[in-house]
Ligand binder design. Structure first.
Ligand code: PBG
Length: 332
């Protein structure tokens, strides 16, 4: 960049800040409802709305209420919701077979939403952790998370989600080679239009804690995920995993968590120019909500500011639990 500006007083930066109209005219980044993906938790049962304690304002909904929420989201103009199932502990096994059961909760939810609210895109999560007795995203053998066998299972899981009608599939497992394997299987089975939004740079983060409560995985997890998720100290490696996933057939890429990794968002967008998403994860949500609930921060102001930072960092969109609140604010 070649910055040019006359010395003061010929340049006065305050000229472009003098009114809402002028600020709007010169605003560099726009945030729109179209940029938002709403992650939402689903549970078995009927007419259930169970609060997630570590995420004030977030609930697990039974499928009937989930459909209502999907309608509300569509009415607000939110283009996509991302489903995460709370799996009955009795269904968690060593072989994770529930993950590709056509009748599992995630697939039931997908079908119900696609039937009742066809104009919202459904995104699903590919990883074994909701179904694993060990709480890991892959199979555990002799205390190690095995890669290639896990990829075979992820392919089955992804195909069952595509058959249920998922528009966007989000592999969040961080195994090597899964994008290529899933893409090949989708093409072979005729799912030419299913989008792969790869969790390409997903860090072994402490900010996922409340999410694991929400999906009931906290109790199951033995050890941590640092042999497959990325080291928070690494930046160059993220560029290599993103490049790899794009080469393997990802349509869009994600950086996760969001706010602590804005440098990665900017570098990824600059380097690849691909559709780039950030996931403002559960811990980021809870951190802000805790301060908002205490009256220490002004909710609407910090929520919108926290979303603008992603646009400034080059992201096309954001997965955020604040999606409905932000959508209402943006529609005002
Ligand atoms: C599971 C998955 C996780 C999240 C999304 N998919 C948790 C994890 O990797 O342990 C985290 C989302 C959040 O914290 O909001 N593969």
């Amino acid at each position: 960049m070649n910055l040019r500006q006359a010395p003061y007083p010929k340049t006065r930066h305050r000229r472009l800040r003098k009114s809402p109209e002028i600020r709007g005219l010169s605003r560099e980044n726009k945030l729109s409802v179209e940029d938002l993906i709403w992650p939402i938790f689903v549970c078995e049962g009927k007419n259930l709305e169970v609060p997630v304690e570590s995420m004030p304002g977030v609930f697990r909904y039974s499928v009937d209420l989930l459909v209502e929420k999907a309608k509300l989201a569509a009415d607000l103009g939110i283009p996509a919701i991302c489903i995460f199932p709370y799996t009955d502990p009795k269904l968690k096994t060593k072989d994770c077979a529930e993950a590709w059961n056509p009748e599992n909760l995630s697939n039931k939810a997908t079908r119900a939403i696609k039937k009742a609210v066809p104009n919202i895109a459904v995104m699903t999560d590919v990883a074994l952790d909701p179904y694993s007795i060990d709480g890991h995203d892959g199979f555990v053998e002799n205390g190690r998370i095995v890669n290639d066998k896990t990829v075979e299972a992820l392919v089955k899981q992804a195909l069952s989600q595509a058959k249920a009608g998922a528009d966007i599939i989000g592999p969040s497992d961080m195994m090597d080679g899964r994008i290529s394997a899933i893409r090949t299987a989708l093409e072979t089975e005729g799912f030419h239009d299913v989008i792969l939004l790869s969790y390409a740079a997903k860090y072994a983060s402490g900010f996922y804690g409340p999410f694991r409560d929400a999906v009931g995985a906290s109790g199951a997890l033995k050890g941590d995920k640092s042999t497959y998720q990325m080291d928070p100290a690494n930046g160059e490696e993220a560029l290599r995993t993103i490049a790899r996933d794009l080469d393997e057939g990802a349509d869009m890429i994600m950086i996760k968590p969001g706010m602590p990794y804005l440098d990665i968002c900017r570098r990824a967008k600059d380097m690849f120019g691909a559709p780039t998403f950030a996931y403002q994860v559960s811990g980021e949500y809870s951190m802000l909500q805790a301060a908002i609930k205490n009256g220490w921060l002004n909710g609407n102001k910090v929520i919108m500011e926290s979303l603008y930072c992603f646009k400034r960092a080059g992201c096309d969109g954001i997965l955020t639990y604040f999606a409905p609140i932000a959508a209402k604010e943006l529609n005002n």
